[in-house]
Write a protein that binds this ligand. Sequence first.
Ligand SMILES: [Zn+2]
Length: 273
Amino acid sequence: MYIKSSLFTAIFLAALLLACTTTGPGGKTSLIFIPTSQEVAIGSGMAKQIAATEKILQDEVWQNYVAEVGRSIVDVCDRKDLEYHFTVIESDQINAFAAPGGYIYFYTGLLRQMENEAEMAAVVAHEISHVVARHGIKRLQTAIGVAVAYDLTLGGEDLEAIETAIGIGMGLVFAGYSRSNEYEADDYGMTYLTRAGYDPRAMESMLGKLAALGESSSNVFEKLSRSHPETQDRIRHIQTRIKKMQPISTDVTVGQERYQKALLRLSTKGDGQ
Ligand SMILES: [Zn+2]
């Protein structure tokens, strides 16, 4: 499908003007022209491919635990127009990622590196923030080109456009985000982590732990420490924010005991028991 006339171009431009969407705390808006329904259709298609290629952890306790923490962050986030899905993948990769449409994944390799629930919640909050800020769908709408984007903007059931977007989206999942996207996800993540009652210092300790793994670890949390933004810069940014939050309440959730108990279920590598 191609843009056929100036009338279509006019409709497209009108859609763009209507597409200013809230994408962050404090009412921040961005120009998003792919409707949420299409974003969810693309994310759902990507989720099917991920389920077919990755090993989903067969442990309801862990799947429910991550979903429960996920819901507590979703409840305080700035995007409620879609349903969030949280899935744990069994893999030694130290990573997590968010596909468009609210499909969020965590690898057991990353969960094993965390020490308490608040650190896990910090990763969850960072990933949810990528969804709130529409980083995935924004990157996708740039990558798919104007003809496919135009078809998606019109809504409806253009399966060809959705299939194209799914294919390109799968190629972008592990590409990593820009420096400014990562800062934004850390920043919103801190806000949501705090709103949900978790210890905000967990964002710093989580990043610090993963940075300490060094350059040799594969796929560390969206390429953290391997590419820009420099991890130490991100940590300094979080430290500055924590300083401004002092004194931190003693009532904040850390969840050391519960998390350590759950970790015992992952102690045997590979079988998820
Ligand atoms: Zn990120």
